[in-house]
Design a protein around this ligand. Sequence first.
Ligand code: SAH
Length: 398
Amino acid sequence: MSINKTKTVLSQDTLSDDDIVYLLGLTDPEDCALLQQKAFDVTTKYMGNYVYYRGLIEVSNICTAGCRYCGIRRENHCVERYTMKTEEIVKEALDAAKMGYGSICLQAGERRDAKFVDWIEAVLEEIHAKSVSELLPEGLGITLSLGEQTLETYKRWAKAAGTMSLRYLARFETSNVNLFKILHAAHGNHEKVLEHRFKIMENLREAGYQLGTGVMIGIPTQTLEDLCRDIRMYQKLNVDMVGMGPYLLSEGSDLTEYGMMEPDKLIQLSLNMIAVTRIVLKDVNIAAATALQAIRPDGRELGIRYGANVMMPNLTPTKYREGYQLYKNKPGLKDTPASAARVFEKSILRVGREVGWNLTGSSIRWQNRTGITETGDAKRILPDEEVYEEWLEPAATK
Ligand code: SAH
């Protein structure tokens, strides 16, 4: 009975809100398998077979915001704060480029002071200048995930990054206004207001970025209807990319008393959300969030099976990783650019996809809108398995 309903819903060209809520709520393995297959096929049709790497570098955990769910929020005094050195960031970025990553993502806690803005500008200029090569004629693709900034700052950073493949990820976390308020309790200068977050999206677009947003899935009290509205908001904002993952408890959170969803249910809901977002939005980039893997070792691989096409291996130097625990059980504490490239490649091939080596992987929706197309084929430059261990060593011991 339910299988037939699922088939009927999935056979339609457009989904109603009721259909979306129905699909998000699927739990029966046979139903979920149908949803997964449909999302995978839509991904292949609109995005092709490549999965793109974005090497994630968490450049600083200093934060002026008070997002209550987040382990590095300002009020959490138990974290040791760090800021990477410019040369460490540039080295990590260039190592990633050397391993065939077409793009990186710089993420940090939120700071808006002039020193920080100037520093990021300088880092971007250097990465761009040094990453242009025969394999990457435009340099590394760069995604920024540095929170709410002024339009002027966004413009300055865009100019400094100097790349056509420039993206910004600013999640709106939930489109439910009341829930957003509960999640962000700080007042005054640090206050987070949902409407302002949407203004930020407009500014990012004006400054020329590929626009990325997303939500957390399974936040206490969040409903399937809320998640459906989140997807409608992605449509309204005409986003180019989506990064979303399960809501997880965090050691330093101010929300521990509310608990979190039971992991098996949470992972299925998260995968359903990825799949439905893919089916509705079609030609956007969707990341298999790291948080998926905090609940299941194969979480990110499942994300690819359910329609994600971007993988973000963590390239933050090991010594800083403990300081960037946005939530508990964050995986990949020991990854290096080389080991992650290899491990994720295995997952990606297992799923039946290929790595988009040396491609920046710009959103197809963005390419169609702007007429700027990325050409080129993936060129795999990792050494064969036999020489790999030996080759890996310098990176692993640094
Ligand atoms: N300061 C930047 C980037 C760092 S936070 C910003 O605010 O955009 C990056 C993302 O981590 C957030 O958008 C949030 O969705 C996610 N995150 C933080 N705490 C989390 C938690 N406890 N569980 C799941 N995701 C979390």
